[in-house]
Design a protein around this ligand. Structure first.
Ligand code: ZN
Ligand code: ZN
Ligand code: ZN
Ligand code: ZN
Ligand code: ZN
Ligand code: ZN
Ligand code: ZN
Length: 1536
């Protein structure tokens, strides 16, 4: 490009010519060719122009001159780990990339880890995002923000400006182009050919597509170019936000945003990314962009609501990046009135209202419901705007916030009273009404409502204004409610009040009262901030009408009570659900809790007698308590029991409500407490139910907008942490000193929780040998604004209610009262006494005690009823036989009463003379008490005696059972057999299994019991066959070469096992013994039954019947074969006399001759393979086809040889020749193994101390080694001392010796000496002695030097050995180390990061959805995805199952990284999930990674998984898991 005068025109011409040629999307797209051409023809020239030189030099220069800002801004990939600091992040949306996190101070803080869903960027360097440590080490070094343009030359700035302006304009033009048959001006191609119209349209269309493809390419290119320099970035921002000639909304950025919903998905994400890396990374333009975004907010949201793509593909989603920046949010509130905009936009989308103007979600169409779901994201925006609270208020901010608050009140007004319900009588409702939408709205708004209050609390002026506004709106709401409510007068005990006639059970009632509740919240704030005392004249307190305030919350609470009393059964489940959510931890803070506060507010402002009468009236219980002797009516036979039951429940509920009104004072502002006290109390009550894990507690506590419960700061004060063992999780236990704060009627308990807590606390008291009364705890004092509510306890109506109920209890009329009614009255009395005691104890001079509950309950009732005093009735009830359970509580009440009396006497200024009567009264009471105590003691002793008897009986029963148990289980289980030993045991001199010194073993009688027929059976060769249930499976646990796959198992020759042990078999048994015929009958029955069942029901079982699998009839262990139970096979032959037996040389000669003879007798086809076994060690003409000594596992060879030997040499039944054979075979194989070890040992001579370099053994080894050197053509390394060789032989041969000892022990039956069963220094010598080997193993060679020289020579001269020594092939060296699972990192996020860098191996760089790590070999797999399915035995299987066959011969152990879950697989149909070995600090796993606490490797748990693998228990573990959880059977494991 030359510096033409009209650059834009030239560029457009160039693009018009070449873009359609390069991006010609034909039938064979070639993206790589397109990219290459675009770079050369289109982008290259622009880079040259921009740099003014070769961009290969220009860009690095730019980069070097760049002074990058502090911001990291890394845009996250899907699945990439992100970190947020719970201590320092301003809100949970502030996150760091892994690199920044690891270099930040937050590593040491309480952080949370999540995996990114894609989109969003790293906030490192953003000082507004972090309260502390905003920079990581890397970004801290960067310079502070100056004008980035100073680092660029004038020329460069001008050129960049030119080219960016043209290219950005071009890209925006073409991407937002809407005409199909026309190109934007300047891009029309000169069309020479005359074509018909339709064809032309098509050409035109393909040109547009080509330009659009390039337009996207261009945006990506711009993003890359500005990455070189912050100056270029700023220029691009400037270009993008520059207003065009058309004024408002004419900048390129505006144009793109406003056509967002018209663009396709791919185009959107490309330009969103560009916005993120340009506008949001430049502090100056971020602000300007935020203003553009806010101005267009309404339009963007409306577009989004109409759009059908997910939010992450909408430009609206950028709100989180803008609104969460506190300074931007504040600026937008003030300058753009953002709060109001968001709320108004939201309201505009919810137009469906009822006649009172409230939201109506009933009969929502599908489209409306869809819109409603999308519109909810606006609430999230509101939350972002409010999430950081202002420290300083300006008048502008006050004004705009209150304007926003007005809008918010309008929103709440539309919710006040929505979804009203009426009790259904007669018929059940026909259709469950829609209720979820309203609750969704409430739930989403919960945090916003709380945050609005938080904002108000920060500024007194704002608080007062907000309070007034809220009150006004509440009054407006109420004015619409008065229909059909006539005034009536209520009176009890000489008090009367006017109220309205309204029955919850007959008229409309709504659960949604957000305006009332907001007012309650603000009222508490007034109380807390003491504004009410400082500026009472500013508050509209006189305008408050308490009966009006309490009316609707009270109705709502009465509704809950009536539902509980079963009065609303016909209204179906929707109501039950609503009541559930009303109390639920997610909603209660702004629903139930606030209703209680509103009632507390009401009581504290009105005559408590009036309050109680209104309450009685709303509970529809007024008649009962205003009519004397009401209880007596129930005596009549024709009383409707349901109605009585109903009323009893309502009375209980009402008493509960009064308990809550008086006792719930842990909201700061209601009582004199702080937020810490509140959360402590919640935790105390949760842990009163039972000890809980951290995550359970978190779930039970309300989270704030930052997802914090505040628990961590207080938990240590109230609970002790108990670490988990190998299973389970860590638990918090309540500290004993905290149980005194337990309140049985804690308002957040569900009914089930309440009864569990009661039970647990009583049990605790019994354990501590205390009485079981659960008296109300001592409460903190109320705030002054609420102080007078306590008088409700001593009001006349309250005393009347208490008295009436106690009277019923005294009369013991079985209909009129219930025990829980009485229990609640006792609790209320207790509360009043605690209160009075507190008052007296904190008494100071100026205080006058106005709380005189004790005096009032001592007074008997007045005429005409003349009822006894409450105190008198309590004393009566104390001895009532039907109230045994409440006795401790009544006793506690009377004790407290007396204590208060004493307090009063001591505190009263004029000492009360002790009157005679008083003393007598006290005396008689003491006597009474003593008598009661004596009786209680007798009762206790009797109870203890009975308990002792019972436990004695229990022990007896267990003892009996134990025997029974032993017969059926234990004895049959592990020990399985009783050895009847009727002969003197083997002398404990040396035990030897082989050779001339073989220990003589007396034949042992072994008697076992069949688990199926329970008959005893002696194990003998000629008695009925016994078998053990067993499971045989292929195994690669010992494999030293997992890549070796048996290609064609049918043709595989298993005769020789390679020392790599790449695939073997494992057989295990649960040890349960059956008669062979009993087992056969059982097995046939299982087969028949399961096959029928599977055909009929198409169900899967945890075991595969078709493959012969069955479960052990006793322990249900997975089995697929049986093993015959035999006496030791070679133990049958007794006396051995080796004196006339051949030595090794002679024996081998004989054997060789016999084999030759056999070859002649048999033809090759039918020849037994067993001869080959021995021939592999003996020189012969067949050697060429047999494996060389390096490629044979010697223990396998030993076993095969010993077991097959009788087949070759079967003439002699005396056992002598067999014994000789065993010994010679063993010695021969041992020597072969020694040679094997010497050939392959990689021993380096080093300077280690040599204990005895010239000992006999050392010299002998060195001689043998030299002999080997001779015969391997000196290819073997030169060794000067035998000491190292001795050491490597001993170390290398130990596993072989141990296996051999086990083998011969079971073969011959000679007991193994205890010394060889424990690892120790002398184990080697004891093994040698048991196996009839000289301690100096080299002696074996010397004793048989003649034949051995020949043999060793033939082994060494093998071609393969030569190749190995020349380094042309590998060989296994000894001792083989046992395999372990792979090493896992301590920090789980390393694995997440590893997985996020892993891409599917089959789909060219795409990220894998379920990256899964093989714990055996460490391979990462792309699991649970079609891309990586392969065919295995004619079936499509997922990557894990396929890998399982290659790596674990059918058994696999994986870690699903995104899920943090261990996966066990066996075969194609079996699998289960297993707890991961990663725990958080609270001793819990996080399956699914939902909580995001930092996770660390628990080594013990990982060892346990490793052990399961090493012991071949994976299949069995799966079986047990599937038996326990049938849903696991249905999962398509093969697709993982
Ligand atoms: Zn970063
Ligand atoms: Zn950083
Ligand atoms: Zn931190
Ligand atoms: Zn049997
Ligand atoms: Zn069993
Ligand atoms: Zn593997
Ligand atoms: Zn894949």
């Amino acid at each position: 490009l030359s510096l033409a005068t009209d650059l834009p025109k030239e560029v457009y011409l160039h693009l018009a010519t070449y873009v359609p040629k390069i991006y010609c999307r034909g039938p064979n797209p070639a993206p790589q060719r397109e990219d290459m051409l675009a770079q050369h023809v289109l982008l290259g020239p622009m880079e040259w122009y921009l740099c003014g030189e070769d961009p290969a030099f220009g860009f690095p220069k730019l980069e070097q001159a760049n002074k990058p800002s502090h911001l990291c801004g890394r845009v996250f990939k899907v699945g990439e780990p992100t970190y947020s600091c719970r201590d320092c992040a301003v809100d949970p949306t502030c996150v760091l990339c892994m690199e920044c996190f690891l270099g930040s101070i937050h590593r040491e803080h309480r952080y949370r880890m999540t995996t990114s869903g894609g989109g969003g960027f790293c906030d490192c360097g953003d000082t507004e995002a972090w309260k502390e440590g905003p920079y990581c080490q890397k970004h801290e070094l960067n310079t502070a923000e100056t004008d980035p343009l100073v680092h660029l030359s004038e020329d460069m700035i001008a050129r960049a400006y030119n080219i960016f302006a043209i290219m950005f304009q071009y890209a925006v033009d073409i991407l937002t182009w809407e005409k199909e048959n026309e190109l934007p001006p300047g891009l029309e191609t000169v069309n020479t050919s005359r074509q018909t119209k339709p064809l032309k349209v098509q050409v035109m269309h393909s040109s547009i597509v080509a330009h659009q493809s390039f337009g996207l390419k261009l945006l990506t290119w711009l993003g890359n170019v500005i990455g070189y320099s912050d100056g270029l970035r700023r220029i691009l921002c400037q270009v993008g936000l520059q207003e065009g000639p058309d004024g408002e909304n004419s900048s390129l950025v505006d144009k793109l945003m406003l056509s967002d919903s018209k663009l396709w998905k791919g185009a959107r994400s490309v330009y969103h990314q560009l916005f993120m890396s340009s506008l949001l990374m430049d502090l100056k333009y971020k602000k300007l962009f935020a203003i553009r975004f806010a101005r267009n907010y309404e339009r963007l949201q409306s577009d989004y609501v109409k759009d059908d793509h997910d939010r992450e593909f909408s430009i609206a989603d950028l709100s989180v990046q803008i609104f969460t920046v506190p300074s931007l949010a504040r600026m937008l509130i003030i300058e753009e009135n953002l709060m109001t905009t968001i709320i108004k936009t939201f309201m505009d989308h919810l137009r469906h209202r009822d006649i009172q103007g409230r939201f109506q979600f009933e009969r929502y169409t599908a489209l409306q419901a869809f819109k409603f779901r999308r519109v909810q994201s606006l609430i999230l925006d509101l939350k972002y705007v409010l999430i950081s609270k202002p420290a300083d208020w300006t008048n502008d901010l006050r004004q705009k916030f209150l304007e926003g608050f007005d809008a918010f009140l309008e929103l709440l007004k539309c919710m006040q009273g929505m979804d009203p319900i009426t009790r259904q009588v007669g018929q059940h409702i026909e259709m469950e009404p829609e209720w979820e939408a309203a609750f969704t709205l409430q739930m989403k708004l919960t945090h916003v409502i709380s945050m609005m209050q938080d904002w108000c609390a920060l500024d007194e002026k704002v608080l007062i204004e907000a309070y007034k506004k809220c009150l006004t709106v509440l009054m407006q709401c109420h004015s619409g409610f008065t229909d059909g409510e006539q005034p009536i007068v209520l009176s009890i005990c000489g008090h009367s009040v006017e109220t309205i006639r309204y029955c919850v059970s007959q008229e409309k009632v709504s659960i949604h009262l957000p305006v009332s509740r907001l007012l309650a919240g603000l009222h508490v704030l007034l109380s807390k901030s003491e504004v009410a005392y400082k500026f009472p004249e500013l508050l509209p307190l006189s305008e408050l009408s308490p009966p009006l305030l309490i009316e609707h919350p009270l109705r709502c609470l009465v509704l809950c009570a009536q539902v509980h009393a079963g009065m609303w059964r016909r209204n179906g489940f929707s109501l039950v659900n609503q009541i559930y959510y009303y109390h639920n931890v997610k909603c209660r803070r702004e629903m139930f809790d606030k209703d209680i506060i509103m009632l507390q507010t009401g009581v504290s402002m009105m005559d408590p007698n009036h309050f109680l009468m209104i309450m009685l009236s709303r509970f529809e219980l007024y008649q009962i308590f205003s009519t004397p002797d009401y209880g007596k009516r129930f005596n009549t036979e024709n009383t409707n029991k349901d109605v009585v039951q109903q009323n009893n429940t309502l009375i209980e509920e009402m008493l509960y409500l009064i308990i809550m009104i008086v006792g719930e004072r842990f909201s700061p502002g209601v009582g004199q407490v702080n937020a810490t006290d509140e959360i402590k109390r919640e935790i105390i009550h949760q842990l009163s139910i039972r000890p809980m894990a951290h995550s359970e507690l978190v779930k039970a506590l309300p989270e704030d907008e930052n997802k914090e419960t505040g628990m961590e700061s207080v938990i240590e004060a109230v609970a002790c942490f108990k670490k988990p063992g190998l299973t389970g999780r860590g638990l918090y236990e309540l500290k004993p000193e905290c149980t005194k704060d337990f309140n049985l009627y804690f308002y957040h308990f569900s009914r089930a929780e309440q009864s569990k807590a009661e039970e647990a606390q009583r049990k605790l008291k019994r354990q501590n040998r205390e009485d079981t009364a659960l008296p109300p705890p001592v409460l903190p004092p109320l705030s002054p604004l609420f102080a007078s509510l306590i008088n409700i306890l001593q009001s006349d109506v309250m005393l009347c209610i208490m008295g009436t109920i106690l009277q019923w209890a005294v009369e013991h009329n079985s209909y009129a009262w219930s025990e829980s009614m009485l229990q609640r009255v006792l609790h209320l009395v207790g509360m009043a006494l605690q209160e009075e005691k507190q008052h007296l104890e904190n008494l100071n001079e100026e205080n006058v005690i106005t709380f005189t509950f004790t005096q009032k309950i001592s007074r008997p009732g007045e005429a005409p009823s003349n009822s006894p005093s409450i105190l008198a009735m309590l004393e009566t009830l104390q001895n009532a036989p039907h109230l045994e359970v409440h006795k401790d509580m009544i006793r506690w009440i009377l004790k407290t009463f007396n204590a208060i009396k004493k307090l009063r006497e001591s505190s009263s200024t004029s000492p009360v003379p002790e009157t005679e009567g008083n003393i007598i009264e006290e005396g008689s009471r003491d006597k009474d008490k003593a008598e009661r105590k004596r009786k209680a003691e007798i009762a206790r002793l009797r109870r203890e005696k009975i308990m002792a008897q019972m436990s004695e009986m229990q022990r007896h029963f267990i003892d009996e059972n134990k025997e029974l148990f032993q017969q059926t289980l234990e004895e049959l289980a592990t020990s399985t057999s009783r050895v009847l030993d009727n002969s003197p045991t083997v002398s404990d001199t040396k035990l030897t299994a082989l050779g001339p010194k073989q220990t003589r073993v007396t034949e042992l009688r072994q008697v076992v019991t069949c688990i199926l027929c329970q008959e005893e059976q002696e194990v003998k060769v000629d008695s009925r066959a016994m078998v053990l249930a067993a499971f045989v499976q292929r195994s690669t646990v010992l494999s030293k070469n997992r890549n070796k796959v048996i290609q064609d198992p049918e043709k595989y020759d298993p005769l020789f096992m390679h020392p790599e042990l790449s695939c073997g078999t494992h057989t295990g048994s649960c040890g349960h013994i059956m008669h062979a015929h009993c087992w056969q009958r059982y097995f046939d029955a299982v087969q028949a039954k399961e096959q029928r069942r599977q055909q009929r029901l198409r169900v899967h079982t945890s075991y595969d019947v078709e493959n012969g699998e069955f479960l052990c009839p006793l322990c249900e262990c997975l089995s697929n074969t049986v093993i015959p139970l035999l006496p030791p096979p070679r133990g049958l032959f007794n006396r051995l006399d080796f004196s006339d037996q051949p030595n090794l040389a002679q024996w081998m000669r004989t054997i060789s001759q016999q084999i030759k003879a056999l070859y002649i007798l048999r033809d090759e086809e039918t020849a037994s393979k067993s001869e080959d076994l021995i021939l592999s060690l003996v020189p012969n003409e067949k050697n060429g086809n047999l494996p060389c000594i390096l490629d044979i596992d010697m223990f396998h060879l030993l076993v095969s040889l010993v077991l097959s030997f009788p087949a070759i040499y079967c003439q002699d039944f005396s056992g002598v020749s067999l014994g000789t054979g065993d010994l010679h075979i063993f010695h021969l194989v041992t020597m072969a193994h020694i040679v094997q070890i010497l050939l392959t040992s990689s021993t380096e001579e080093n300077g280690m101390d040599q204990e005895n370099p010239n000992g006999e053994e050392e010299v002998a080894v060195l001689t043998l080694y030299k002999f080997l050197c001779q015969h391997t053509g000196s290819a073997l390394k030169e060794m000067s001392s035998g000491w190292h060789l001795c050491r490597s032989i001993k170390a290398g041969i130990m596993p072989f010796l141990r296996c051999s000892a086990l083998f011969f022990h079971y073969l011959i039956g000679v007991p193994a000496p205890s010394e060889i069963q424990v690892t120790g220094a002398s184990q080697f010598e004891h093994l040698c002695s048991y196996l009839s080997l000289p301690n100096n193993l080299i002696c074996l060679f010397q004793e048989n030097s003649k034949i051995m020289n020949t043999l060793v020579e033939s082994w060494c001269s093998n071609n393969e050995v030569k190749r190995y020594l020349e380094g042309k092939r590998q060989a296994i060296s000894y001792a083989r180390e046992s395999n372990k699972l792979i090493d896992l990192p301590d920090d789980y996020s390393c694995l997440i990061n590893q997985a996020s860098n892993f891409s599917c191996p089959k789909s060219g760089g795409d990220k894998s959805r379920a990256p899964t790590l093989c714990l055996v070999c460490g391979t990462m797999l792309c699991s649970q995805s079609y891309c990586c399915q392969t065919e295995l035995e004619g079936e499509d299987v997922g990557a894990c199952t396929a890998h399982t066959y290659a790596c674990g011969s059918g058994v696999g152990i994986f870690l699903r990284v995104r899920e943090c879950q261990v996966l066990f697989l066996a075969g194609k149909t079996k699998g289960c999930f297993y707890a991961p070995p990663y725990l958080d600090d609270y001793g819990e796993t996080d399956q699914g990674l939902r909580r995001g606490n930092p996770l660390h490797l628990c080594k013990e748990r990982f060892k346990k998984i490793q052990k399961l693998w090493q012991q071949h228990s994976i299949t069995e573990e799966i079986g047990h898991a599937q038996e326990a959880n049938q849903t696991l059977v249905g999962i398509d494991w093969q697709h993982l």
